[in-house]
Design a binder for this molecule. Structure first.
Ligand SMILES: Nc1ncnc2c1ncn2[C@@H]1O[C@H](COP(=O)(O)OP(=O)(O)O)[C@@H](O)[C@H]1O
Ligand SMILES: [Mg+2]
Length: 413
């Protein structure tokens, strides 16, 4: 939500409220079916799906930021979307909110509302709220006034901006203050809030409009650990009442949100690379340990009754991978698994990753995303590589071409 969108929404509603009601004879007319009437239409959620994206392609001067992207999000679902920088995550949100028009594909809200025919402010009105990466609140107003403004921007006519709040409005504001942990700060000027609190306020402003679908782009970037935890709590509270799409880099935040069983979508080069459960450790003692784990990591069988803390660094790393696999993930993400580990165990880990990528895990195919500084290890394993520098992908190619592409020279070590 941005101030401009709030403004545009208010103007639109005012115009709508003042416009004469459509004549009955217009109902069979194409204009009536596809025009502004949609702005007040309700999404049809009868099939349980809140958002359908199908075959969406967005090109910028021939470069495909989205490439035949297809995705559905269920009503009440909390879906995390992860992927490297430049994968197209923000562009996907731009398409859903009408900021960017795709060259190809379809996008609908519920079964019936064609998002590609609506303007940005109309999409906001039908119940799709978006939180941009940077917080955008009215810094001069206090927290309460920010929420009040968001509420009023959602009213039919601009005239009501001068109207008094009724008790239902006050209840709603109190509820949102509570949810966003801002109750005690209601009368503080928004400009004085911490970064995390501003983010919550903006989420609160979105909630005032009672969106059915909330899009959140890297909502915990720059937050403290404690703020991140509270944000996870907030999202878990909202789940079910709203559909949420959360784009996020912070894997521990994603892990908290998905609780080991929710679906995660991995975007890569504008398409869905994989979808499924993340490789997260299940709560201990819930399920028997799959015997395949000991085939991959025989050493763990010998160590079964040792405490994790007594294992060597390499064994701990193997245990961490084994725990991730125990959840039956479709995507395994590893952040520098070789750091501080002896060469023979690095070799063992490499063999395991190669096998997982080649034959999958427990009868299902698996994608492995390896983040690594150790060039030789990565070069030996990679089917495809991406080189990142300062938050950007600066080079990409096939693993077997890494040497010829001069990737080694890009690494400091
Ligand atoms: N308006 C634009 N013009 C040209 N290229 C763009 C534009 N917006 C995004 N891109 C490119 O599209 C790709 C996807 O960007 P983005 O959706 O922001 O990725 P993410 O949010 O996953 O990091 C990037 O390579 C980016 O440089
Ligand atoms: Mg982005």
């Amino acid at each position: 939500m941005t101030p401009e969108l709030l403004e545009a929404g208010a103007r639109q509603r005012e115009a709508h409220a003042q416009a004469p009601l459509p004549k009955a004879t217009q109902s069979g007319d194409r204009e009536a079916a596809f025009g502004r009437v949609l702005a007040t239409g309700q999404p049809d959620f009868a099939h349980g799906v809140a958002l359908y994206l199908e075959d969406i392609t967005v090109s910028f001067d021939g470069f495909k930021a989205l490439n035949q992207l297809s995705l559905t999000v269920d009503v009440g679902e909390l879906r995390c979307i992860i992927g490297p920088n430049g994968a197209g995550k923000t562009t996907m949100m731009d398409v859903i909110t009408g900021k960017t028009r795709p060259q190809q594909g379809s996008a609908s809200f519920g079964a019936n509302i064609d998002l590609l025919r609506l303007r940005e402010n109309e999409i906001a009105q039908i119940g799709i709220g978006r939180k941009f990466q940077k917080p955008t609140v009215f810094e001069q107003l206090n927290v309460f006034e920010n929420l009040e403004l968001a509420l009023k921007a959602d009213r039919r006519a601009r005239a009501s901006l001068r109207a008094k709040l009724n008790s239902a409005d006050l209840d709603r504001i109190a509820e949102v203050l509570q949810l966003t942990h801002l109750r005690s700060l209601a009368h503080l000027q928004a400009g004085l809030l911490s970064h995390g609190q501003k983010q919550w306020l903006e989420i609160g402003m979105l909630l005032m409009q009672e969106p059915k679908l909330l899009l959140l782009d890297e909502p915990v970037a720059g937050m403290t650990d404690e703020e991140t935890e509270r944000t996870a709590e907030l999202f878990l509270t909202l789940e079910g009442k709203h559909s949420l799409v959360v784009v996020e880099h912070d894997m521990s935040f994603v892990a908290t949100l998905t609780q080991g069983f929710k679906k995660v979508t991995v975007l890569h080069e504008g398409s869905v690379l994989a979808e499924g459960r993340l490789g997260l450790a299940p709560k201990p003692g819930r399920e028997p340990i799959p015997h395949e784990l000991f085939e991959l990591f025989p050493v763990l069988k010998q160590m079964l009754h040792r405490r994790g803390g007594d294992l060597s660094g390499g064994q701990q790393q193997q245990l961490a991978i084994a725990r991730a696999l125990a959840a039956g993930p479709k995507v395994l993400i590893l952040d520098e698994p070789t750091e501080g580990i002896q060469p023979s165990i690095i070799k063992d880990i490499g063999r395991v990753l190669r096998r997982l990528a080649d034959v999958g895990w427990r009868g299902e195919r698996m994608a492995v995303v390896l983040v690594e500084q150790f060039y030789d290890f990565a070069a030996e394993l990679a089917d495809h590589y991406l080189v990142m520098e300062r938050g950007e992908v600066v080079q990409r190619g096939r693993g077997k071409d890494m040497e010829a592409d001069g990737v080694r020279g890009r690494l400091a070590i």
